[in-house]
Ligand binder design. Structure first.
Ligand code: PLP
Length: 391
C-alpha cells in the first residue's frame, strides 16, 4: 500500500514522470522497447534485469493499471487482459491440466459457464457445480484431483452472495486455488484476497471502466501464482491494449465516488420496487429481504450497483416493459454511468438450457438493472412508467 486510503491509492499510483514533466500519464502506444546495447537485450530476455521488451509482455500503461489494482485489492502482482473472459480463461488454464477438476458455484457469468462446460472438457478438465444455498455440499464436491474453486459473489445476475471467509478456509484446508470473480463488487466494495482468495479476477469492462468504453480484464494474486499466469499469458498473448490500460487506470481514479453513487441509487431503486404490488421478487444484496443480507453486510461495503426484479407476466410482460423504457438503455453491458436494463434469459444467459437457467434463478420475467449515475428520481420515473405500460 502506497497510502492508507483507497481513494488516494486509486489517484496517486502513477507511472514515473518523464522528462516532459507531464501531469497525466502519457499513452505508451509502442509495440516494442529498444535495448541500449546487445548486452541489455540479452539480460532482459534472461530475466536478469527488469524492464519492458515487448507490449505483449509488458508496457508502462499496463504496469501502472496493475500496480494500482494491486494496491486496491491487496494483492502482490497481476496481469491485465484483453477482456474479462480472457482473465477467466487464463486464470484457469494457467494452473490446470488434463485430469484436473474445478468446483464452481452454479451461478456464474454465461461465458464462464461455456468455458466450464464446453471448452475445458476438450482438454480433459472437468467441473462440479455447487449451489450457494447448500454450503455443506462444497466440501464433498472436492475430489482428489480438484485444483481450483471458482466463484462469483455477488453473482451475475442472481446476486447470490457466498461467504468468502468460510470458502477461503475450505480452499486452504484442501490446498486448492480459490479464484474469485470480483467484477460485481469491484475492489471498492470487497477484497476477496483479504478472505483468503488466491486469485482475484475482474472484468474491467464493467464498473472499473464505468462509462462503457473499453473491454478489459485483470488477474491478481501472489507473486508466486502470478508468475505462472504471466508465463502463460506472455506466450499465448491475451494482453490488454495500452490504450485500454490508460483509459482504465484513469477510470479507477473515480471508482470510489462512482461506486458510492451507484450503490446509493441502486438501494433507492430496490427499496422503491419492493413497494410495488405489481412487481414480483426484488433482489439486492443490501435489502433486508435478500437471503444473504447479513453476509452481504459483513463482507461488502455497500450492496453494489445491480438490482434485479421479477415481472410476474414472464417473457411477454418483459418484452413490453423493455420496449416501454424511454431513458434507460437496452443493452447487455453493465457498470455504466447510464442505467442499463437487460433481460438475462434472452441475452447474456440465452446459451444455457432452460433447466440450467431455472437452477440459478434466471426466470423468464427476470429483469437486471445496472443502476447508473443519472439523478435517481429520473431513473425511478422511467422504470416506473415502463412497468405501468407493461401491465
Ligand atoms: C461481464 C462479465 C464477465 C466477462 O467480462 P468481459 O469483459 O465482457 O469479457 C465475467 N464475469 C462477470 C461477472 C461479468 O459480469
Amino acid at each position: 500500500m502506497l497510502y492508507e486510503n483507497f481513494e488516494t491509492n486509486a489517484i496517486r499510483t502513477q507511472a514515473e514522470q518523464t522528462d516532459f514533466r507531464e501531469h497525466a500519464v502519457p499513452l505508451y502506444l509502442t509495440s516494442s522497447f529498444t535495448f541500449e546495447d546487445a548486452e541489455q537485450g540479452r539480460a532482459l530476455f534472461a530475466d536478469e534485469i527488469a524492464g519492458n521488451i515487448y507490449t505483449r509482455f509488458s508496457n508502462p500503461n499496463n504496469t501502472e493499471l496493475i500496480e494500482k489494482l494491486c494496491y486496491l485489492e491487496g494483492t502482490e502482482d497481476g496481469i491485465a487482459t484483453a477482456s474479462g473472459m480472457a482473465a477467466m480463461f487464463v486464470s484457469i488454464a494457467a494452473f490446470l491440466q488434463s485430469g484436473d477438476h474445478i468446483v464452481a458455484s452454479r451461478s456464474v457469468f454465461g461465458s464462464t459457464h461455456q468455458i466450464l462446460t464446453m471448452i475445458l472438457p476438450k482438454w480433459g478438465i472437468s467441473h462440479t457445480y455447487v449451489d450457494i444455498a447448500t454450503p455443506e455440499k462444497w466440501e464433498s464436491a472436492i475430489q482428489a484431483n480438484t485444483k481450483m474453486i471458482f466463484v462469483e459473489t455477488p453473482s451475475n445476475p442472481a446476486l447470490d452472495i457466498i461467504d468468502l471467509a468460510w470458502l477461503g478456509k475450505l480452499a486452504k484446508k484442501h490446498k486448492v486455488i480459490l479464484n474469485v470473480d470480483n467484477c460485481f463488487a469491484t475492489p471498492y466494495l470487497q477484497n476477496p484476497a483479504k478472505y483468503g482468495a488466491d486469485i482475484v479476477t475482474h472484468s474491467a469492462t464493467k464498473f472499473i471502466d464505468g462509462q462503457g468504453r473499453t473491454i478489459g480484464g485483470a488477474i491478481l494474486g501472489s507473486k508466486e501464482l502470478i508468475k505462472q499466469v504471466r508465463f502463460f499469458a506472455r506466450h499465448t498473448g491475451p494482453s490488454m491494449s495500452p490504450f485500454n490500460a490508460w483509459v482504465l487506470s484513469k477510470s479507477l481514479e473515480t471508482l470510489a465516488v462512482r461506486m458510492e453513487r451507484h450503490c446509493e441509487n441502486a438501494l433507492k431503486l430496490a427499496t422503491y420496487l419492493e413497494t410495488l404490488e405489481s412487481v414480483g421478487k426484488v433482489k439486492y444484496p443490501f435489502l433486508a429481504s435478500h437471503p444473504q443480507y447479513e453476509l452481504a453486510k459483513k463482507q461488502m461495503k455497500h450492496g453494489g450497483g445491480v438490482v434485479t426484479f421479477e415481472l410476474r407476466g414472464g417473457i411477454e410482460q418483459g418484452r413490453k416493459f423493455l420496449n416501454a423504457l424511454k431513458m434507460c438503455s437496452l443493452t447487455a453491458n453493465l457498470g455504466d454511468s447510464r442505467t442499463t436494463v437487460t433481460h438475462s434469459a434472452s441475452t447474456t444467459h440465452s446459451k444455457l438450457k432452460e433447466e440450467e437457467r431455472q437452477a440459478v434463478g434466471i426466470t423468464a420475467g427476470l429483469v437486471r438493472v445496472s443502476v447508473g449515475l443519472e439523478y435517481i428520481d429520473d431513473i425511478i420515473a422511467d422504470i416506473s412508467q415502463a412497468i405501468q405500460a407493461s401491465l
